[in-house]
Design a protein around this ligand. Sequence first.
Ligand code: PLP
Length: 438
Amino acid sequence: MKGENKLLQLTKKLLNEQYGINDKIFNIIMDAEKDVKNQFENIDEIREYNQFKVLQAFRNNHISDAHFHNTTGYGYDDLGRDALDRVFAEIFNAEDALVRANIISGTHALSLALYGVLRPGDTLLAVTGKPYDTLDDVIGISDKANDAGSLKDLGVNYKQVDLKDGLEVDFDALKLALTPDVKVAMIQKSKGYAWRSSLSTENIKEIISFIKSINKDIICFVDNCYGEFIEPLEPTSVGADLVAGSLIKNAGGGIAPTGGYIAGKSKYIEKVAYRLTVPGIGKEAGCNLGVIRLLYQGLFFAPHVSAESVKGAILTARVFEKLGFEVCPASSDKRMDIIQSIKFNDPEKLIAFCQGIQSGSPVDSHVEPQPWDMPGYNDQVIMAAGTFVQGASIELSADAPIRPPYIAYLQGGLNYDHVKIGLMIALQKMVDRRILNV
Ligand SMILES: *Cc1c(COP(=O)(O)O)cnc(C)c1O
């Protein structure tokens, strides 16, 4: 115990001398950590369960060095590509999966799924309110010109069931909205840029059962971005026909350099693959250009890294609760994704916080992010992402659209310690700018 205390004093001294962290900030973080430590056990249990599941899928599919080889050109008989699809499918309890480095982002993965299964005259129904901002132009609901091949441009209709009081699924309105033209019901697990709790797998199960009880043929599609490996089961284990997500979020474990995945029923994955490549070829071609090992290795790390991120998010929630800010979810709430929202009610505080997170990053700590017009977003956005993989939000990052009430969305952290130090640096920056009193 004595030795530990000595080391703690040394850390405190180092943080003070090298990072300019004062004792008050240090103590706030340490006290907050004490408050939430008992919750970490539950997260460890989920992490272990998910790690066993991932390991088992590797073992069952006899993954070996041969799967990591580079392929070029058409990529016919790319063993690694085909086996990675099977490994993902097994982990997600799905019939099939499509996991590719040339799926450039989560938005691309989600779009592939939508374009893959929707046809002119069909209706896409958003069940959990307006989908994530970057899908506006895909669906065709932004005010931009609409001849770009959005779903709307191609004759796919769109309807949305708003959340009741902005918080939960409105089952009465959903029932009315489930007209015969609805082909796809889209459910967003994570709250994205909204102030509500994210959906649990249990919630998703309930929503899907409800939809299927009205029309079993509706394709239930879950935007699973940020949700992977946070709970023991993925949405495909509770009835989802399709799920999609990004490999520079949870499912890539901080190691995948790019990529996305879609998992679900074979008949739909086939159509989605036809959209990624071309009808007739689908999943059968596409070389891996040598990055495939990183997709495997990242997947193997994913349960662990996702758990570290969640612990960081819980710590963040507790710290800001102590400082008197509103947070969502609260530090004691069950976690369904890795996002922590903090309401700053003040653009200066929001910007300082994001800049502080950036300056506590291993990469580009010396640059100061500014709000900018990011492609795909309709408000200015500030993004702190001092990450090894550009924009990877499984790494510690904070972003925020610059609009009232000035909410920062913090997520990621390859390891918990980094989140802890990053928080100290961000708070110190706010104190130094005299916009935070501690
Ligand atoms: C991040 C995210 C997306 C979009 O993913 P990108 O990789 O940024 O394109 C979509 N939906 C949700 C809920 C997300 O969190």
